[in-house]
Design a protein around this ligand. Sequence first.
Ligand code: UP6
Length: 276
Amino acid sequence: DRHQTYAERSAKQTNAAAIQLLDTIDRKKTNLCVSVDVTNSKDFLAIIDAVGPYVCLVKTHVDILEDFNRTLVEHLVQLSEKHDFLIFEDRKFADIGNTVALQYFSGVHRIASWAHITNAHPVPGPSVVKGLASVGLPMKRGLLLLAEMSTEGALARGEYTDEAVRIARTHRDFVIGFIAQRRMEGVGLRPGETMHPTEDFLVLAPGVGLDVKGDGMGQQYRTPRQVVFESGCDVIIVGRGIYGKPEALDVQAVQAQAERYRKAGWDAYLERVKRE
Ligand code: UP6
């Protein structure tokens, strides 16, 4: 139900990460997730410290950092506590269950030890969720499935998207929602199937920008209002729209953009939940 508030929805969730995210959104009045796609840890931490007050969630691609180490992770976790946000590693797992479990728990990054939320492509089928859940569930983590993508010509559509939602439905303890471009409640139901009355998936939408329509490499941008009010998504994910070109990092400009997107996302949410 697109009119339900974040607080009302939190009360019905069972996954700890989903509850934490919804409560953070409600408490800080922000449905903004900033995607921090920079390659050195100095800029990475500076951007996160600057946008921290404006976000519910920080999205990372730690595999692009040239100077990744455990200290960096400690700083990231400290910033998440200082500014009260969750961490989402945008790992896009897509292998057999055994391999993704190892990639999630081990290696250089040990993602499960610090990321509240991660995501996976449903392309291997339900086993990718089983593998990740074997690591993430005991640690009270949450998983998002990529049901759609923001890029031009994306193959994740139609029956693929329907299957992604079906997989999520059978793993509700761990799958908290989707990376997608629209609300996913009731998607993929077969004839005769009815939606469970408490079905509620979080939808986090990338491809959000206020000033440009694309990036020349297939990315497509929509406005926060299109994403949250018109398409019913819950969290806007914004990267370059907020920090621009990292080589010219200006903390005040970054904060002004973060507040601009926070307000646009929150206003679109208020417009959506309004009951006449
Ligand atoms: N992302 C997308 N589209 C998807 C899934 N993920 O853009 O369908 C991720 C990208 C990037 C961020 O990997 O980290 O969201 C978008 O960044 P941008 O706002 O700078 O385009």
